[in-house]
Design a protein around this ligand. Sequence first.
Ligand code: SAH
Length: 356
Amino acid sequence: MNALETQLIARINSEGPISLADYMAECLLHPEHGYYTTRAPFGAAGDFITAPEISQMFGELIGLSLAQCWLDQGAPTPFTLAELGPGRGTLMADLLRATRSVPGFHAALQLHLVEASPSLRQVQQDSLKGFKVAWCESIDALPEQPLFLIANEFFDALPIRQFVRDGEAWREKRIGLADGKLSFGLGPEAPQPALEHRLLDTKDDDLVEVNVATAPIMATLAQRIAQHGGAALIIDYGDWRSLGDTLQALKSHAAVDPLTAPGTADLTAHVDFEVLCTVAAGAGCNHSKVTPQGVFLERLGITDRARALAASLEGAALESLIAAHRRLTHPEEMGNLFKVLGITPAKTPPPPGLLS
Ligand code: SAH
């Protein structure tokens, strides 16, 4: 039994069963034993691989899309260039390299990274040598000025609650103890006003998920964009509205039991893009269509970029570039599972690449 499991069992013994959101928060961000606080999980040697770690093309194209959007909005100066959950800092490094030749962009930007993990902040600092970076704990700390923001696989890492339908009420899935071990159970039935709309598309025993932090984070960033201008590109796996259990625990690229060895596996859940769109619209922003990642990257010219890079490669390096292009765009790989959403001020077109 690991140290976090011992602590969780003691907590459940004294407080009773805890919600899945509380469990995820402890597993991912516990200061001593949390997954993101203690590990460098990305890449071939880690537990999962993300798009920016697959190829430099990902961050480059996102950079050019955001920079074009900045130009289209009159090149506001200064502006905040921000990333939520930057991981190893690879996407931001690629974005900054690709936008070096955009006149005025680098001189106007103030770089802010929202990152909870102290060890990942260190890795990000190393990736972004030569740039002045300000880190913040939460999006509320971002300056009140135009905001151009990227979030790749950030929202899927935020804690969720799960509810199982019981008549017109819901029972929350919780983590308690069975035979001294962590075990899933259901809480008492209770009405959930926030799930009113889900009574229309669910039946008894269906499970729905609520990402507790998504709406407040989206509200803050949409308010900044509505008031000061800017754009957000949000990329994640998920769809318009999720139904069923999408909690996933990954370790060394394989699915594992989420309750075994807490803090040692990456825990994620599908992102509900409906919530992001509804909150953005409520704050007075425009949002793009939820666009498949493959479509977004193709519209930004990933194939031309791959050809340009291929011209100087051969052998294994060329094979790897071709595989990366396919992995990022093909509908059977990340191309369809991952979606891109663009948020801009009212009556402003979405960043290039997105369907409006
Ligand atoms: N965007 C990166 C990493 C995705 S993993 C990539 O594509 O490779 C999720 C990232 O979000 C990690 O950097 C993690 O430490 C960070 N994170 C998770 N929960 C967070 C929170 N509540 N606040 C700030 N950062 C968080």
